[in-house]
Write a protein that binds this ligand. Structure first.
Ligand code: UDP
Length: 330
């Protein structure tokens, strides 16, 4: 199938391009390269353009003949969404609606959407299943939930076939070693800890050790990016017109910040100094997925089940590419 991967030069999108190729599909990438990396995708498959410009969308859909769309292009920094919500609503909501309208005009109905566990806000219990209330606590989560709701309406009214995939913490790098995670500035735990191991930072700050968890630090569900992407391909292949799947994508295993740092020490053999700082605003104590619905619906299982495996894969990329793609971009 010809598939347009919007945001395909970014971290998860570029891994999805590889997963689509391996599965025998024909991926095309639309990216504005604001956060994406030119080097992360085959040059002959990259089309530069922006969701905010409807003519870019018309051109890319017509040129590629896409039969389905995977949509990864979004701004995803919680703090920035609080201080600059206009930027988030414009890119994440208006941009996505432009894309849906361009698809509707061309009767393209297959849509796989990057949603997030941030739509659950502070969950009442853990692990989280899809029936739990979605009450985001920041504009980033609000924009993702707004699109989920729009997609539900487009499914019912226009016969779109949709998968809204609610990711937990994406981590790791492609098994080939060719692509990986490169954000600037980096805000995610595993790459930050590995930057300490590489000597690029003095230490890692643990954002709070007074949470109601066994060691006092936040617990997250770290899912390998290759596993996330194999779930995307499975979801794409199972879309049906007029039906929407809403699926959590996680491993079901939670690891605390301290456990992640310990795993990084073990994998890298470096000391990795850590200091305890204050809590980061908007961090729930525990976010772990119940992904049984995805397991059943997609016939999919994550291959990376321990955080050490995920860290080892990230370490392989960061060691070989200490400056990421070297283009100084997110
Ligand atoms: N974290 C931390 N220090 C850092 C970065 C992150 O203690 O320098 C914690 C953060 O508070 C959260 C977990 O690590 O509990 C994962 O954070 P990350 O930003 O990687 O992903 P998020 O959970 O925000 O999607």
């Amino acid at each position: 199938m010809k598939v347009l991967v919007v945001g395909g030069a970014g971290y998860i999108g570029s891994h999805a391009v590889k997963a689509l190729e391996v599965a025998g599909h024909e991926p095309w990438v639309l990216d504005n390269l604001y956060q994406g990396h030119r080097a992360a995708v085959p040059a002959d498959r990259l089309i530069e353009g922006d969701l905010i410009n409807p003519p870019d969308l018309a051109a890319v859909l017509d040129k590629t003949g896409a039969e389905g769309v995977m949509h990864f292009a979004a701004l995803a920094l919680v703090g920035e969404s609080v201080t600059d919500p206009a930027k988030y609503y414009l890119n994440n909501v208006v941009g996505t609606l432009n894309l849906l309208e361009a698809m509707r005009e061309r009767k393209i109905w297959r849509f796989v959407f990057s949603s997030t566990c941030a739509t659950y806000g502070v969950p009442a219990s853990s692990p989280i299943d899809e029936s739990m209330p979605q009450v985001p606590i920041n504009p980033y989560g609000d924009t993702k939930l707004a699109i989920e709701k729009a997609l539900e309406a487009y499914t019912n009214a226009y016969g779109f076939g949709v998968a809204a995939l609610r990711y937990f913490n994406a981590a790791g790098a492609h098994h080939s070693g060719e692509i990986g995670e490169d954000h600037d500035p980096e805000s995610h735990l595993i790459p930050i800890v590995l930057q300490v191991a590489l000597g690029q930072r003095e230490n890692v700050t643990i954002f709070g050790d007074d949470y109601p968890t066994p060691d006092g630090t936040c617990i997250r569900d770290y899912i390998h990016v290759d596993d996330l992407c194999s779930a995307h391909v499975a979801a794409l292949e199972q879309l049906e017109p007029g039906k929407m799947m809403k699926l959590n994508l996680g491993t079901g295993n939670g690891f605390s910040v301290k456990e992640v740092i310990d795993a990084c020490r073990e994998v890298t053999g470096h000391v990795i100094p850590a200091v305890v700082g204050s809590r980061r605003e908007g961090d729930p104590a525990e976010l772990v997925a119940n992904s049984s619905k995805a397991f059943e619906t997609l016939g999919w299982r994550p291959k990376y089940t321990s955080v050490e495996q995920v860290v080892a894969s990230a370490w392989q990329w960061h060691q070989a590419n200490p400056n990421g793609y070297g283009d100084g971009k997110e």
